[in-house]
Design a binder for this molecule. Structure first.
Ligand SMILES: NC(=O)c1ccc[n+]([C@@H]2O[C@H](COP(=O)([O-])OP(=O)(O)OC[C@H]3O[C@@H](n4cnc5c(N)ncnc54)[C@H](OP(=O)(O)O)[C@@H]3O)[C@@H](O)[C@H]2O)c1
Length: 299
């Protein structure tokens, strides 16, 4: 399933608030370099720009990024701006704020709520926009997110942000945020090879309430920042063979089958992988295949 005639349209559409997005999008974290999270060897700039242009050509209109996605020579936001501005009207760019990195690349201490305006403004400058479509508060292990999310809600009221999301949260944080402002998406680690019952509960709660659930590390699974994972590889490969698909495509398709509200954001710096990942949106798994994968995951 690597045909470049398969576009993101085949994955279906979901609305982030009033913004329609195809269910297969692109995560920008892998555009800046390889190895050791995004701090390793810088990527080839033309190759990363090609990934972004190809994504849009293939109908992707949801890109997940952050100002803190940078390596020594590359910034994900700068490359999104260079490759895609002036932006198509239907392109939705989602950013995460909360964490930040020093110019050296080292992670800074947790942001105070009052710092978040500056985080939003840095994303605006890098992307060359005057408002952000979607901003997630990426929780930094704080117990309550009320003060930080409240600060973002004020920026939404001020017109700098259209819609809000939350990331790396427990189910209780969704209710906490919703008491302050509407939440259109939740982004947590989720996929074959990583099983967290609290996130299963959150995924179900999002579905009931019409909120998008956006898994990260869905391809990486247990490998996380290190790259594509291999958990439950026998089961994944058996399903892949039956469809003439790749294991990565099955991992992406499995997440999309968790509900119509699940939006995939596979990350890649490779144009061929990008086409493969977009084509995964056309993969339809049978009930038996889903049962096999579910049993492997929870067994
Ligand atoms: N909210 C958060 O805290 C958080 C944390 C991490 C990430 N994120 C977001 O979630 C997105 C997805 O996470 P991710 O990019 O870290 O991980 P991922 O999508 O689960 O996996 C990416 C890894 O898989 C490889 N890969 C992708 N497609 C492939 C294919 N078709 N064949 C073989 N290998 C393939 C990539 O290498 P290649 O580059 O070689 O393809 C990369 O090493 C990120 O880009 C970022 O936007 C959010």
């Amino acid at each position: 399933m690597t045909s470049e005639t398969i576009t993101a349209e085949s994955s279906g559409t979901w609305h982030l608030g009033d913004l329609p997005v195809r269910r297969v999008g692109l995560g920008a974290m892998r555009l800046t370099g390889s190895a050791a999270f995004h701090l390793g060897t810088p990527s080839g700039r033309e190759r990363s720009l090609a990934v972004l242009r190809k994504a849009v050509e293939l109908g992707v209109n949801h890109i997940d990024t952050a100002a803190f996605y940078f390596s020594s020579l590359r910034s994900a936001n700068e490359m999104i701006n260079s490759a895609l501005a002036p932006y198509a009207d239907d392109l939705v760019i989602a950013v995460k704020v909360g964490p930040y990195r020093e110019w050296s690349g080292e992670w800074g201490a947790s942001a105070h709520p009052g710092d978040l305006r500056a985080h939003v403004e840095e994303n605006l400058r890098q992307l060359g926009r005057d408002h952000l479509d979607v901003v997630y508060l990426r929780r930094m292990r704080q117990d309550s997110i009320a003060d930080h999310f409240g600060a973002l809600a004020e920026l939404r009221e001020a017109g700098l942000i259209r819609h809000l999301g939350i990331s790396d949260v427990e189910p209780r944080h969704l209710a906490e945020a919703q008491a302050i402002a509407p939440v259109v998406c939740v982004q947590n680690r989720y996929g074959l090879g990583f099983h967290d019952p609290a996130t299963d509960e959150l995924l179900a709660r999002c579905r009931e309430q019409g909120i998008a659930f956006v898994p990260f590390y869905a391809v990486a699974g247990e490998a996380g920042p290190q790259g594509a994972g291999t958990a439950h590889e026998d089961e994944v490969r058996a399903v892949a063979r039956a469809h003439g698909a790749s294991a990565v495509q099955v991992r992406i398709a499995w997440t999309l089958h968790r509900g119509p509200h699940v939006l995939a954001i596979p990350g890649t710096g490779n144009p061929e992988h990008l086409a493969e990942n977009v084509a995964a949106g056309a993969l339809r798994l049978t009930d038996e295949e889903l049962a096999l994968l579910d049993a492997a995951r929870t067994g």
